[in-house]
Design a protein around this ligand. Structure first.
Ligand code: PLP
Length: 361
């Protein structure tokens, strides 16, 4: 036998980790600065790390109460009913759960280009077909209702990222409401707030109490620094919230992960320190890089550098790992994650050195 026809599916290639790059270059992993995956440069909250250790000897049990506790804590925080919070093993999984719940085979979805690779992947896994809407560089990647609606043609799902990865642009909540209003009743607008902590713009979570056609996706991978545990959630409208019980993978979020999530939510100082560092780093990158940069609501900055692959390879040889955005459809851009002061200063210096050499050559 053979798997089903997967020729339209793209192959996901994860960014290379610090150990891998260090081994290839013959460098000490501790000498490398990794600013390629929008992770938290301070690591997890110490309380979250402790929660993982504390639950290590109880992992013979299926996770139950902690799942209820974290769901209730999030619901409480956002003013939702617990059923409206779908806990998932990562925000990627939240996208999958939403696709499981709404996409019928052959239905079409609309996703941004450039954009987060997992939207089309998830839709195709769930037998959906994918069209895109374009965020245009000439407009600074602006996200207006028209950006989406001009490409909209009765799609079942429309994905919006705000702040947007990899450009940093945002769609205002009132514009999200216009998109939801102007699209069909049977269209779900998925609003991905993976980077919400890093912007002053308001969250759209409250919208799920007012409308039955918007879901909001969140992750613990960015501001909370729990990328390695895989934890996220979707906030969904009350009228179809009970679909979770029919589509979720039982016990998919692990006990140590749930405990870490609970601890991370309580450690507001850690989030605050992270956000302050990001604000400083973002300004330093925007002001310091000898390249055009774009305004960003996220913990990263997009910079236009000419040949992104060559620049990213050259900075990596000097120990600074950044994201070459060719895979996002921006072959002239790199995305630099906001690091600590030291990391940011080294990144600016290294990237500028590389740019100076490229322009001389
Ligand atoms: C990082 C990211 C996510 C995924 O987060 P995980 O919880 O680690 O799967 C989702 N959406 C966007 C736009 C992201 O950049």
């Amino acid at each position: 036998m053979e798997p089903r026809d997967l020729s339209s599916h793209t192959v996901y290639r994860a960014g290379r980790g610090v150990e891998e790059v260090a081994r290839d270059l013959g460098l000490d992993p501790d000498s490398l600065v990794k600013l390629s995956s929008n992770e938290n440069p301070f690591g997890p909250s110490p309380a979250a790390a402790e929660a993982v250790r504390d639950h290590a000897d109880r992992v013979h049990r299926y996770p139950k109460t902690a799942h209820v506790d974290l769901t209730e804590k999030l619901a409480d925080r956002h003013g939702l009913a617990p059923e409206q919070v779908w806990l998932t093993p990562s925000a990627d999984a939240a996208l999958d759960y939403l696709a499981r719940a709404v996409i019928e085979p052959g239905q079409r979805v609309l996703a941004p280009t450039p954009g987060f690779a997992y939207y089309p992947m998830s839709a195709r896994y769930h037998h959906g077909e994918v069209d895109d809407y374009v965020l245009s560089k000439a407009d600074g990647f602006a996200q207006t209702p028209e950006t989406v609606l001009d490409a909209y043609d009765g799609h079942r799902v429309v994905y919006v990222t705000s702040p947007h990865n990899p450009t940093g642009s945002e769609m205002r909540v009132e514009d999200l409401l216009t998109v939801a209003e102007e699209t069909d009743e049977e269209t779900l607008v998925v609003y991905d707030e993976a980077y919400i902590h890093f912007t002053d713009s308001p969250s759209a979570i409250g919208v799920v109490t007012e409308r039955d056609d918007v879901a909001v996706v969140r992750t613990f991978s960015k501001a909370y620094g729990l990328a390695g545990l895989r934890l996220g959630y979707a906030a969904v409208p009350e009228s179809w919230a009970d679909a979770y019980a029919r589509i979720n993978t039982p016990f998919a979020v692990t006990e140590p992960t749930l405990r870490a999530g609970l601890a991370a939510l309580d450690d507001e100082d850690h989030v605050e320190r992270t956000v302050e560092a990001v604000e400083w780093s973002r300004e330093h990158l925007q002001g310091g890089l000898d390249a055009r940069t774009y305004g960003s609501g996220g913990n990263f900055v997009l910079a236009e550098v000419g040949d992104a692959t060559a620049v990213a390879e050259a900075t990596q040889r000097r120990g600074v790992i950044v994201r070459d955005c060719s895979g996002f459809g921006l072959p002239e851009c790199i995305r630099v994650t906001c690091g600590t002061r030291e990391e940011t200063e080294r990144a600016v210096e290294t990237i500028n050195e590389v740019l100076a050499e490229v322009s001389v050559a």
